[in-house]
Unconditional design. Structure first.
Length: 295
């Protein structure tokens, strides 16, 4: 049924007059009368009869009126809901984050998002190096905080911060007694490494740091998450080079030391599907940039 014609019917029923309804609707009376007759023809029954006080509803008209106002209200609510989602005031946003950023970012980011997106349903999904890209591409995650960025033709990237690389070592290691560690002291020591970047194995920040200082560290284990790397460091299996924020989630017995002769960084990036038009992502970016700037 034409919602416009339904609005005409409700106006006539409430005003009990075609003339007054026409004034309310800001239209001429003859076209309104035509629309009411077309509605009656569509339903196959009269909806009004003339009474002493104006237009009275027939039984069929009363039956229609009992639902017409509700239908129009629901339609208006649907339009407003669509506009609110398009404007980023309502909707649902699934936020992915990598474990290394959890302790440093989530305690501040979650309240910030609740304030900036009060009408939006938020959920948070932990990502790993192997799950972050497929979850974004499958739209299971709307936007993801990654370290480093994902490089894929269907994924848009915005750098929102950086973290300095530091050495994670067992507290009992001789390197832990140094306030800052020269990079050449790592020569020949076992390295617990994270997964290589998908697009170019030699382009990782850690590989670039070691290559520039002509240091070789044999990789004894390549793990999926920072959490696993810290566990193996604590077990004495080797050393790991991690972003500074990883120390917030480090267990007792692990120390983080800066490098004496290097200040290399790794980027924190927000990643989302390139074909996404959600305004929620724009609001998310502003909140995430504000929070990351403070860590």
């Amino acid at each position: 049924m034409d919602l416009r014609r339904l609005r005409y019917f409700v106006a006539v029923a409430e005003e009990r007059s075609v003339g007054k309804a026409a004034e309310r609707l800001r239209m001429a009376q003859p076209p309104l009368s035509v629309q009411i007759r077309k509605l009656e023809a569509e339903l196959g029954t009269p909806l009004f009869r003339r009474g002493t006080r104006g237009m009275d509803l027939t039984e069929a008209g009363l039956a229609l009126m009992s639902r017409a106002s509700e239908a129009l209200a629901l339609a208006a609510e649907g339009v407003e809901a669509a506009r609110a989602v398009a404007a980023g005031r309502r909707g649902r946003l699934s936020v992915g984050y990598m474990f290394v950023l959890a302790s440093a970012v989530l305690p501040q980011l979650v309240p910030e998002l609740r304030r900036s997106l009060p009408g939006v349903d938020l959920d948070f999904v932990e990502l790993s190096a192997s799950t972050r890209e497929p979850l974004l591409l499958d739209r299971a995650v709307g936007v993801a905080l990654c370290m480093p960025a994902i490089h894929h033709p269907e994924i848009q990237v915005a750098q929102i911060g950086t973290q300095t690389l530091m050495l994670a070592a067992p507290a009992r290691s001789p390197l832990a007694r140094m306030t800052a560690v020269p990079v050449d002291k790592l020569q020949g020591r076992p390295l617990i490494a994270l997964p290589r970047p998908e697009e170019e194995p030699t382009s990782s920040a850690v590989a670039a740091l070691l290559r520039r200082h002509q240091v070789v560290m044999p990789i004894i284990s390549r793990v999926e998450t920072v959490h696993s790397a810290l566990g193996l460091v604590l077990a004495g299996e080797g050393l790991s080079i991690l972003p500074a924020c990883a120390k917030l989630g480090a267990p007792p017995g692990i120390v983080f030391r800066p490098f004496l002769d290097a200040a290399d960084t790794i980027e924190i990036a927000a990643c989302w599907r390139r074909d996404s038009s959600s305004q929620l992502i724009r609001t998310f970016l502003k909140s995430a940039e504000k929070v990351v700037a403070r860590i």
